[in-house]
Structure formats: C-alpha cells, structure tokens
Design a protein around this ligand. Structure first.
Ligand SMILES: C[S@@+](CC[C@H](N)C(=O)[O-])C[C@H]1O[C@@H](n2cnc3c(N)ncnc32)[C@H](O)[C@@H]1O
Length: 428
C-alpha cells in the first residue's frame, strides 16, 4: 500500500510539509515517507518506538558483528544464567531426546507449564500439578537464583522460557537484551529491533505471534502429535544467527536528509501537542478489530521496556490464575478495539487533526460479512459521518487489493479479502 498512501499524501501536500504517521506500528510507512518528507511517528507501544528509531536512523559504519556476538556470548550475564538455570537446561535436552524418540509428554509439559515465573511466585497457573521431574528441576533453579530471582537480566528465561522459547534460546535473548541496553543510540535501538526480529523468527507458536503458546492437547486431553515437527524445528533455531541477519539489516539503513521524530504516547496527547500548521498531513492507521495489538506484542514490549512486569490474571478480579500467555498486566487496551469507546476515539482523532489544521488520510479495513472476517468496530459509513462533523471534503477511495494478516485463526493466517482496505481522505 505504500505507493498508494504516498500518492494521496503527495496530492494533499504539494509544498512537501511535515507528515505525521499517527499509529506507526512497525515504522514501515514512516520509513517510506521519510524519503520525501519530514516525519513525526506516533504510537503508544514502546516496541514501536524502537522499531521506528532503528529504521529511520541512517546506517552505522564499521560495526564488527562477529565481535559483538562473541562479546555477548562470553558476557557475565549469560555465564551466570547458564549456570543458574543449568537444571532446566539439562532437563530440556533430555526432553528433546525423548521427543526424538517419540515420547512427547515431557517436552509438551514444558510448553504447557514451563513458566518458572509462575513456579517461583507460587501462583496458580496450569490446571494440573507439575510432574515430579519438572518440579525437581524448578526447585533446583530456585535454590541457585535465591538472591537473583527478580533480575531484569533473566526475565526471558524466567517468564517465557519453556512456553514460547527453549530455556537456552531465552537465555541468549536475555544476554543480547542486557548488552543492547548498555549501548548508546542509535546502536541500542538497532540491536533491540534486530533482537525483536530474531525473537519473532524463532518463537514456537502458530503464526509466530505472541498471543499464546502452542496448545499441545486436544479437547479429550490427548497430545497433539502433529505439533512435534514444528516444536523440533522452532526449538532448534539459533537466536544469534537470526539476530546477526537482522542487525546487518538495521545497521545498513540508508542515510536521509529529512528530519524525523518518534513519539511514544497516546494519539490524543500527540495530536494536542501539535501547533496549527506543524504537520500538513496526518496518515492514520488505527486498529480495526476488537483484538488488541498489545496482546500480540506483549513480549516485544517487555523486551523494549527491559523490566520485570507483573503478570495479569485470567479475569480482572484476580480469579482464574495467571494468564496462560503470561501477559503483562499493564498491556494497553486501545479504545479503537472497544465497541463502546471506538466512536469517541474516532471523533477525537478527527477533531484534534482538524484543530491542527492538517488534512487526514485514514486507513480502515471494511467488514465483508461474507468473507468470514473478524467484525470491524465501525463501518466505513459510520466513520465518514464522524469525519464530516469536521471536514467538508471527505472521500473514500480503494488503494488496491490486499490481504490482511490474521492472528486469530489457526488454520489460515491470512484473511483473504480483495477489498481489504479503504482510505478515507479528509481534505483541509
Ligand atoms: C493497524 S496498526 C498500525 C500498523 C502500521 N501502519 C504499520 O505499518 O506497521 C495500529 C497501531 O495503533 C497503535 N495504537 C493503538 N491504540 C493507540 C493509541 N491510543 N495511541 C497511539 N497508538 C495506538 C497500536 O499500538 C498499533 O501499532
């Protein structure tokens, strides 16, 4: 869609004024626009800010990728973790061997109940008790980490190890993150973005998302044998290999002559901070289904915040035990994903962009009831009515034919809909 989006921006912006990418996510739109315009990129998620900084900042010369890898591999953080978590690392190797020999049970248990965080915090988590073997190795780790049981340098192995990654992969992720946080910008953001790329490549889930670990059991309690191949493949992947590939990519971004600023904040705050005329065009791509983005990216958010978050419970009142996916309890709930709040969220957006005297191009995905797609929060007509409260000239165009990534279905990761996107153009 990039060329289409830019074509409409060009029309509204003949003097090449600054453009705001309001819900910038991965930063690919900002990166494309930066070739011609100064850009203000805004998103509420921290991982988005890191992605944008990594993409929009030009390349870094003379980076010794091999040197970085060997420094991280021999770092104190990694050495301590490899030692502290040795009981689970050894046990994991045994589980891998058992899996090779057709015994799924031990590895599948790790995927289902392997969060050390739950064990160490003594929180209600899985629906049945741990096996004696797993309980024993967890207790061994607990003794080893007595005075390091809340360390930021072991968050991945403690929270997500076993569930989403092997414990070994998670220790490598922790080591790279710790090293990245010691670096200055722009290397720090580029390393974190590269690590997010690697983490996304290796994660052992359906569709490589972070919304939930694999469900290893059928409804009748039997183990899903057909997952064994995927488990072996994903859990055999080397974090450093993927990290290095992504780091080469981010350190080679082109230099730009245009200015950019990345803001991690709510869209209303960012828009209210604009003085009239600061930006000429706002491109807005808000969420369009009830599925919160934060649900799919909570692990990337933890990686970029570099904190040890509290984990949410299944129900808001603390009932139902820990969320199976180990969600952070402060994950953002966007008003665009909540039926009762979405109309006001759009209204606020139109009003604040109008007050900033900018034109607006809104991307939204219409709902096709026949396609089996996830329902949208508002129809295109409802959104156009809201836009017309402020803008006199509102037009709906189709930027072409697209497929949307579909996180919530196991069998098919893409929502095939050849009219999957609309641009609502609000001319100042
Ligand atoms: C459809 S995605 C945008 C994708 C983006 N155009 C890209 O190319 O990657 C929607 C984005 O809106 C962000 N978001 C949701 N609610 C927000 C809010 N209240 N303020 C700012 N950003 C928000 C989400 O974090 C998500 O990145």
């Amino acid at each position: 869609m990039l060329a289409s989006i830019k074509q409409y921006i060009d029309e509204l912006n003949p003097e090449n004024g600054k453009v705001c990418d309001l819900f910038c996510g991965s930063g690919v739109v900002s990166e494309y626009l930066l070739q011609q315009y100064d850009v203000l990129a805004v998103d509420i998620q921290n991982y988005s800010k890191v992605y944008c900084e990594a993409r929009l900042t030009g390349g870094i010369k003379d980076i010794d990728l091999h040197g970085i890898e060997s420094t991280i591999k021999s770092s104190l953080v990694r050495k301590i973790n490899l030692n502290d978590y040795k009981p689970v690392l050894d046990y994991e190797e045994e589980c891998k061997k058992a899996l090779e020999q057709g015994n799924l049970e031990p590895m599948y248990e790790i995927i289902e109940k392997g969060s050390l965080y739950a064990y160490l915090e003594n929180l209600e988590y899985a629906d049945s008790a741990l096996s004696a073997e797993l309980a024993k190795v967890f207790s061994g780790v607990q003794k080893n980490i007595a005075d390091r049981n809340n360390s930021i340098d072991s968050v991945f192995v403690r929270y997500y190890g076993g569930l989403y990654f092997t414990y070994k992969q998670a220790i490598d992720i922790d080591a790279i993150a710790s090293y990245a946080f010691e670096q200055k910008e722009p290397l720090k953001s580029k390393m974190l973005a590269a690590l997010m790329g690697a983490v996304t490549d290796v994660v052992n889930t359906v569709g490589k998302q972070f919304a939930q670990p694999l469900k290893v059991k059928n409804k009748d309690g039997s183990l899903k044998r057909n997952l064994a191949h995927k488990i072996k493949t994903d859990r055999g992947m080397d974090i450093f290999e993927y990290f290095n590939t992504w780091l080469s990519y981010y350190v080679e971004r082109p230099q730009t002559t245009h200015d950019f600023k990345v803001v991690c904040d709510d869209y209303t705050t960012a828009l209210r901070n604009l003085k009239p005329g600061d930006v000429k065009v706002v491109y807005a791509d808000p969420p369009y289904t009830r599925y919160h983005y934060s649900r799919y990216y909570h692990i990337l958010e933890t990686l970029c915040l570099h904190d040890a978050p509290q984990i949410s419970t299944t129900f808001p009142n603390g009932k139902g035990g820990l969320s199976r996916a180990i969600y952070r309890n402060d994950r953002h709930q966007s008003p665009f994903c909540i039926k009762s709040k979405a109309p006001k969220a759009f209204d606020d957006m139109f009003r604040y962009v109008y007050d900033a005297q900018a034109s607006l191009i809104l991307s939204y995905s219409p709902f096709d009831a026949n396609s089996g797609a996830t329902p949208r929060l508002l129809s295109i007509d409802e959104i156009v009515d809201l836009a017309k409260k402020y803008y006199q000239h509102v037009e709906v165009v189709s930027p072409g034919q697209f497929m949307h990534s579909r996180f919530n279905r196991l069998d098919n990761n893409y929502e095939i809909n050849y009219e999957a996107e609309r641009l609502i153009i609000c001319r100042k």
